[in-house]
Ligand binder design. Structure first.
Ligand code: BEZ
Length: 249
């Protein structure tokens, strides 16, 4: 997969992604000396929080741009380029943490299998990502606008139900100790440009189906269609829905 991430824009305008991961940090309960992997660490902010708890943490991400930004943000921490479907670790881990990453990977069992292999018996997998129906309004709005231009787009994300994902974890030997799914509508930062900035940041695979000269008209059409549904009191909202799970190997 091409590395299309703009990591400084991500840090600048989309900090809500890692800030919203604070609840998952509480569930992780990292302890001093524990070996923890932050899988899909992005620009490293949650890796740093795990380190503040005294754990020996490594941040891993498949984007070189994200890893470079993470190293710049936190020069004392360890970050490495890794694909969640293929990674290995030198020593068994006490915990794997993953926030807002796993919906980007359409081969969930490859990831779960790697995580199981990386954890010691009794080690925990604390994860949060997009659940079934995550950002459905935005996704359907974009897909409809593309279809009006004769372009049929495939959803680039994996959004399972809670039952589907916990079943996969159990199939790979995990016991579920916490599981929830919940809506989390998220206010986007810029009052006027919030939705288009979000789409430009995260929906490259849709936008790439049209020439750049047509992006402006497409985005204006999506904004007009979605305004009655997700624009409120002067701000745009992303209709996130999360899966949050802690599973023990
Ligand atoms: C999410 O965190 O749920 C998400 C972020 C960007 C694109 C799609 C989903």
């Amino acid at each position: 997969m091409a590395d299309t991430w703009d990591s400084s824009l991500y840090d600048d305008r989309h900090s809500f992604v890692w800030k919203a991961g604070a609840g998952l940090l509480e569930l992780l309960e990292a302890k001093p000396g524990e070996r923890v992997l932050d899988l899909g660490c992005g620009t490293g902010h949650l890796t740093a929080k795990i380190s503040e708890a005294g754990a020996e943490v490594t941040g891993a991400d498949s984007s070189l741009s994200m890893i470079a930004q993470a190293r710049q943000n936190y020069p004392k921490l360890k970050f490495q380029l890794a694909d969640a479907r293929e990674f290995t670790v030198p020593e068994p881990l006490d915990a794997v943490f993953s926030n807002a990453t796993l919906h980007w990977i359409k081969q969930p069992e490859m990831v779960i299998e790697r995580v199981a292999a990386a954890l010691r018996p009794g080690g925990r997998f604390a994860l949060e990502f997009g659940a079934k129906h995550n950002i459905e309004r935005i996704r359907l709005g974009l897909e409809a606008a593309l279809l009006r231009r004769g372009v049929a787009a495939e959803c680039p994300w994996y959004y399972p139900s809670l039952g589907e994902y916990t079943t996969l974890l159990e199939k790979h030997g995990f016991a579920i100790s916490y599981a929830s799914t919940f809506p989390r509508w998220t206010k986007l930062e810029h009052p006027e440009r919030g939705l288009r900035e979000w789409i430009e940041m995260f929906c490259g695979s849709y936008l790439s189906l049209l020439p750049v000269s047509e992006h402006g008209a497409l985005l204006a059409e999506v904004e007009a269609a979605l305004k009655p549904e997700i624009y409120c009191d002067g701000f745009w909202y992303a209709d996130y829905r999360r899966l949050r799970i802690v599973a023990v190997r």
